[in-house]
Ligand binder design. Structure first.
Ligand code: FES
Ligand code: FES
Length: 132
């Protein structure tokens, strides 16, 4: 049912924790399953210098957030904005249909943290208008 990659990222999640002086913090949840995801970003010169996450949720949510952090680390803000839940699920070699929303949560957590960053620093991030 779960791919090797999902199991790997669930058992050994990357970038777990929090960043104390984070430039952007995002928190999202899914009211149906009750899972919560928190994402911390350290941003410098428009680049995601560091990213950490904390997920209180199912294995797929943990694997999705772990994969999402790997996919945006070192990337530009614009590149991070382009991260879609589909790309996260594909990078994990797929998720069961009932678990696709876990990857949506990961995409939203990244955008929510970017939104926080844009508000705190009064910068406009293209694409965030459609978010929220
Ligand atoms: Fe139980 Fe997500 S449904 S942790
Ligand atoms: Fe809801 Fe995974 S079951 S995020």
């Amino acid at each position: 049912m779960y791919s090797e990659k999902v199991m790997d990222h669930f058992r050994n999640p990357r970038n777990v924790g929090e960043i104390e002086d984070a430039d952007g913090i995002g928190e999202v949840g899914n009211p149906k399953c009750g899972d919560i995801m928190k994402m911390y970003l350290k941003i410098k010169d428009n680049k995601i210098e560091d990213v950490k996450f904390k997920t209180f949720g199912c294995g797929s949510a943990i694997a999705s957030s772990s994969m999402a952090t790997e996919m945006i680390k070192g990337k530009s803000i614009d590149e991070a904005m382009e991260l879609s839940n589909k790309a996260v699920a594909e990078a994990l070699d797929g998720l069961p249909p009932v678990k696709m929303h876990c990857s949506v949560l990961a995409e939203q957590a990244v955008k929510s943290a970017l939104l926080d960053y844009s508000k705190k620093n009064n910068v406009h991030i293209k694409g965030l208008e459609d978010f929220v």
